[in-house]
Design a protein around this ligand. Structure first.
Ligand SMILES: [Zn+2]
Length: 59
């Protein structure tokens, strides 16, 4: 679940608006927009942790 940093609305990552592609961030936008207020939230931290764990295993 992602909690919107602006309005506090909680929504599953699937429900958010992903990859807006309009903000021009390098490497493509990975922000997830709140379906209620369209505030850009960073992706779910859990997936980041999983990624970090994967990288540690590779090392
Ligand atoms: Zn919001």
């Amino acid at each position: 679940m992602i909690r919107c940093g602006f309005c506090g609305h909680e929504f599953p990552e699937d429900e958010g608006i992903r990859s807006c592609g309009k903000c021009g961030k390098p490497g493509g936008c990975r922000m997830v927009r709140c379906p209620k207020c369209f505030y850009e939230n960073p992706p779910e931290p859990k997936s980041l942790k999983t990624l970090k764990k994967l990288f540690e295993k590779i090392k």
